[in-house]
Design a protein around this ligand. Structure first.
Ligand code: C2O
Ligand code: CU
Length: 461
């Protein structure tokens, strides 16, 4: 294990090496950002007292980070939180050393320390970044932001390219983040920590400015700890999906979009004049969560709203290696005991003594639990069985995977994504080419589930 000081030196050395001409051909642009994490008083709406959050650059969501495909992204991250954390670049096919997972790909960034993330950007799309240490608390307090990669940006998104970053907050009667519920076993063993307020772009019921006519791209990101969100634009009964988890797809229509924690969907709206309000429709009564207001000031940005489709075909599976993952645990489940730190223990004991509740193949997962070891270049089928009574939003780091599913009410078809929402009892196959070397997490993005055992590492060597 390399010590932190040594690691920092090493990363500075890498940094110097990487800026040399040898590594990067001329014309590569290095896009630089600075992010500082610290406790911040924040206003979700004008008529409420301030809420103490943990934010990046005092911003909720964190600052929009943009880059163009082909750039190098460099983010100098400074931690002033008072406890250690890291940043993960969700959905980016990253270098393993820049993936931001504590204990697996980097040491924790302690208070007062700075860590430089620096990696090439190879795909366009809608991504996000978030804290990855104690994510169940750090993300819930506000440590995340959008990351958008396009072909044609001049530092900011065009006026026809609109972010919809949705988050679910558990706010108490003093208008503060409900701290008492952090670590609540009831949440951890059930659906995760659900909130009571929904923010869109860091505001409760905001007005989102759009041009008064012409096409728009809407980029939805669900940054909730655990809540599954469904959106519709009630006056429009068919929505055009153009991208899923950052990857452009052939346009198809759906009536509403369902987003598990960490998932993204981009829509193309033909004419902004049709947009009135945004509704969250998981419950019988649709909840209006934002209004669109048009501005007359129309600057025609000649922005190509749709990214080219890079064809990601499902490869022939004849030579694929199969890895079985049997997910068990949680409330009303069938897990009676599991192996934790090398010892078999009863679930009751695991829950009460260790806050562990979920298992993969009979093992309580954590950062040092290896699910499997595969060879670089292998084609892998993860055969995942959600043998629990809860849905789970399963995320694989470092690569997208194909999954044959009936999402969006369609007939079965393959989607190429980085996070897949599994129904209770569902069996699904996650197919991926293991061509990105390193140790990659596979975990539930309902962050309380991950913390209580639902995660492990797939090593590609
Ligand atoms: Cu977005 Cu391991 O997470
Ligand atoms: Cu889960």
């Amino acid at each position: 294990m390399i010590g932190r000081r040594k690691f920092l030196n090493l990363s500075i050395a890498t940094f110097i090496m990487m800026s040399s001409k040898e590594t990067y051909a001329e014309g590569k642009i290095i896009k630089r950002y600075k992010l500082v994490a610290k406790p911040t008083d924040y206003s979700f709406s004008n008529n409420q007292n301030l809420t103490n959050l943990w934010l990046l650059n005092n911003s909720c969501p964190g600052p929009l980070i943009t880059a163009e495909k082909g750039d190098i992204l460099e983010v100098e991250f400074t931690n002033l939180l008072g406890e250690p954390t890291t940043l993960h670049w969700h959905g980016i096919r990253n270098l393993n050393s820049m993936d931001g997972v504590p204990y697996v790909s980097q040491p924790l960034v302690e208070t007062g320390e700075t860590f430089v993330y620096r990696f090439p950007i190879n795909e366009t799309g809608t991504y996000w970044y978030h804290a990855h240490n104690k994510a169940w608390e750090h993300v819930a307090r506000g440590l995340y932001g959008p990351l958008i990669i396009t072909n044609n940006l001049n530092n900011s998104l065009g006026r026809r390219d609109i972010l919809v970053v949705a988050d679910d907050w558990l706010i108490n009667e003093n208008n503060q983040v409900d701290e008492e519920s952090f670590g609540n076993l009831m949440h951890w063993s059930h659906a995760g920590r659900y909130g009571n307020r929904l923010s869109i772009n860091g505001q409760f019921s905001p007005k989102i400015e759009i041009p008064s006519y012409g096409p728009l791209r809407l980029r939805f990101i669900n940054t909730s700890n655990a809540r599954i969100l469904s959106f519709s634009l009630l006056n429009k009964n068919s929505l055009n999906v153009i991208s899923i988890d950052g990857i452009s797809c052939k346009l198809f229509k759906t009536q509403k979009i369902v987003l598990g924690p960490a998932q993204r969907v981009d829509l193309l709206i033909e004419d902004s004049s049709q947009l009135k309000s945004l509704f969250e429709v998981s419950n019988k009564e649709p909840l209006k969560v934002a209004d669109f207001i048009t501005t007359d000031l129309v600057i025609e940005d000649h922005l190509n709203l749709i990214d080219p489709i890079v064809h990601h075909e499902v490869p022939p599976l004849t030579s694929a290696k199969i890895i079985e993952i049997h997910m068990q645990g949680g409330a009303m489940g069938n897990l009676s005991s599991a192996i934790f730190e090398g010892e078999k223990k009863e679930l009751r004991e695991l829950a009460l003594d260790n806050s562990k509740l979920w298992a993969f193949n009979g093992h309580i997962g954590n950062y040092d639990f290896q699910i499997a070891k595969v060879n670089l270049g292998d084609l892998i089928i993860l055969k995942v069985w959600n043998d629990t009574n809860w849905p789970h939003s399963m995320h694989l780091h470092g690569q997208h995977f194909w999954v044959n599913s009936q999402e969006f009410g369609s007939e079965k078809r393959y989607f190429f994504r980085d996070t897949y929402l599994m129904d209770r009892g569902e069996k699904a196959e996650f197919i991926f080419k293991a061509d990105n070397p390193g140790d990659w997490l596979f975990h539930c993005h309902m962050l309380e589930h991950h913390a209580s055992g639902m995660g492990g590492v797939i090593s590609v060597a």
